[in-house]
Ligand binder design. Structure first.
Ligand SMILES: Nc1ncnc2c1ncn2[C@@H]1O[C@H](COP(=O)(O)OP(=O)(O)OP(=O)(O)O)[C@@H](O)[C@H]1O
Length: 581
């Protein structure tokens, strides 16, 4: 569904329109439910007045049964309308959810780096849930309850104009009082929600970082911050609970007042022989029937505001557009790809350049090692090759083809990247390796695992390829996680592989496995290694030495080694730890 250029109301219309055929049924159910609620007390009046008038027990039983039967039907109608409205709401909002997720996945990295994952969850799930709740309950209740209150007031007038007038005034005043105190309670509630969001954000971040916090002895600091956040949480919660309680008290008082008024006027009119005892009773009954709709209209009005705000935020999210414009006017050849950068300039913010005057080339099938101090731009260079960001000027070509003329999909198919921080999902080993691509056969996966030396690891797993991995690769060593990432690349078979080498030291056995896997990975492919160990550079054909976003030195490794004045030989002589960080 296309939703980017819509205003808030249109957005709702687009998603609710396919549900239109359910609307007449829903309206019928709402009217039926209200009708029964209004009619049923009339049977009570008949019951009371007839009992006093000396009617036969059989007729009384009949009236009683009718009352109970109608009450039962009313419950069934309310179940049916809830069923239909939940269906309307969730079918419409599930479509909205899927469109939002698909839209977010299309947005580029720059957008996602700007938003925290909590914020995205709030947009895609929290706001859409608010809308779903609004459509499933609020619309029905708001509409139904408004009709019910109006119906009750009309019935009061039909009974006697004095009852109608008194009760209409009572309704208006009560409603005004409830709305005005609600504003006070809402203010406290907003404070509490903010304090709670701060607290949850803090908790989430620190629980995720438990390992580092404990290793660095920062638990005391965390506890102190915890107490600092707990205090406002406690205070705002107390205030908002008190405000909520006071509202409840006011509501109770108002209904006590309503009952007293109904009794007073009822008794007065009965004494004057204007109405029957049954009418006194149903006046009393209808006043009590006002209780629920009042309470619900009040909360539903609040939900209406929340839903309006949610629609606005969802609409804004839809309006965010990818800055990377897709073109599909060229394709890349199969096999190893040459890489060339010409006069590339790039900054995450255009006014702050990160890579400047970057010109180098790497022939197809060769391996280039990139080294440089931390922050020199190594990762940025890799991101540009994958076109996660667009450059400000210059050109990047693969096999002579400018990368912006190739579709993102094709680019991803021809480039494999292994980062230091391997993302693993809470799914089977198979799904983690194939990224849920069912066309890759188990035989193929097993042969690649064998080739990479991960077969013994796989054999030790309880259910082989079907074993579920913990989220975030829990239970895997950093080396194993990297080997799994290598397997992904092998299965995918790209022509260019970018490897951000693990900077931490691995145990010698894993190191050896990785060494072997890397050699295989680069066979018949072009390779770029962001190197963190000098030893790694022994395997490369070319060197690119970055400093502060510039190329300090580049060339064939053998030539640079042979030249004693080169920066690279200097690093080799000194061990060069600081540039290999
Ligand atoms: N998403 C981003 N937004 C803004 N600036 C960024 C972003 N990512 C990196 N930078 C900045 O770009 C510069 C180059 O960073 P980059 O990560 O490419 O360096 P690096 O050489 O890979 O460093 P390291 O070896 O520590 O990974 C740094 O100054 C960094 O602060």
């Amino acid at each position: 569904m296309k939703s980017s250029n819509l205003n808030g109301r249109d957005l709702l219309f687009v998603y609710l329109r396919p549900q239109w055929w359910r609307v007449p049924g829903l309206i019928f159910l709402i009217f039926a439910g209200i009708g029964i609620q209004l009619i049923n007390p009339q049977i009570l009046r008949y019951f009371i007045d007839s009992a006093l008038g000396g009617i036969s027990v059989q007729n009384l039983i009949r009236a009683g049964s009718l009352f109970v039967g109608l009450a039962l039907i009313q419950q069934l109608v309310s179940i049916a309308s809830t069923y239909v409205s939940e269906n309307v709401a969730w079918t419409a909002t599930n479509q909205l959810r899927s469109d939002l997720i698909a839209h977010c996945l299309r947005l580029d990295l720059a957008f996602h780096k700007e938003k925290t994952s909590g914020e995205m969850l709030e947009r895609v799930d929290g706001d859409v849930n608010t809308l779903a709740n609004f459509f499933s309950q609020a619309v029905i209740q708001l509409l139904g309850n408004t009709l019910l209150v109006s119906g009750i007031l009309v019935l009061f007038f039909l009974e006697d104009w004095r009852i109608g007038l008194t009760m209409s005034l009572f309704t208006l005043v009560s409603f005004a009082v409830l709305i005005s105190i609600r504003n006070v309670a809402t203010r406290y509630w907003v404070h509490y929600m903010q304090a709670s969001a701060n607290f949850m954000g803090f908790l989430g971040e620190h629980l995720a970082g438990t390992e580092d916090l404990r290793a660095n002895g920062a638990t005391g600091y965390v506890m102190q911050r915890f107490y600092q956040l707990l205090r406002p949480l406690f205070e705002s919660r107390r205030k908002s609970s008190l405000a909520g309680y006071s509202m409840w008290m006011v509501t109770l008082f108002l209904f006590g007042l309503g009952n007293a008024l109904a009794l007073l006027i009822g008794v007065y009119l009965w004494n004057a022989r204007i109405i029957s005892l049954g009418t006194v009773y149903i006046t009393f009954y209808y006043v009590n029937l006002l209780n629920d709709p009042f309470e619900q209209i009040r909360t539903q009005l609040q939900q209406l505001q929340q839903a309006a705000a949610a629609v606005e935020r969802v609409k804004q999210l839809f309006q965010a557009q990818p800055t990377i414009i897709e073109q599909n006017i060229a394709s890349l050849p199969a096999g190893a790809l040459s890489v060339s950068f010409e006069e590339v300039e790039f900054g995450y913010q255009p006014e702050t350049p990160i890579l400047q005057q970057m010109t180098f080339s790497l022939p197809a099938g060769q391996v280039m090692g990139i080294l440089g101090r931390t922050g020199s731009g190594k990762t940025t260079l890799a991101r540009l090759l994958l076109r996660l960001y667009d450059i400000q000027s210059g050109s990047i070509r693969l096999a002579g083809v400018p990368i912006q003329s190739v579709s993102q999909r094709e680019l991803r198919q021809h480039i494999g990247m292994v980062t230091q921080d391997v993302q693993l999902f809470h799914a089977t080993v198979r799904a983690n390796l194939t990224f849920f691509d069912h066309t890759i056969s188990d035989e193929h996966i097993l042969s690649v695992l064998e080739e990479i030396g991960l077969k013994p690891w796989l054999n030790a797993l309880p259910e082989g390829l079907d074993t579920l991995l913990g989220s975030d690769g829990e239970g895997l060593s950093a080396g194993e996680a990297q080997l799994l990432a290598f397997t992904r690349v092998f299965l995918h078979n790209p022509g260019l592989v970018i490897l951000d080498e693990a900077s931490s030291r691995l145990d010698p056995a894993t190191e050896q496995l990785i060494e072997r896997a890397v050699s295989k990975l680069f066979q018949g492919r072009t390779g770029i290694i962001i190197a963190h160990h000098l030893a790694t550079l022994q395997r490369v054909d070319r060197i690119l030495y970055l400093s502060d976003g510039h190329i300090l030195e580049q060339g064939e490794r053998a030539e640079l080694v042979a030249d004693p004045t080169s920066h690279f030989s200097l690093i080799l002589q000194t061990g060069g730890e600081e540039v290999m960080a």
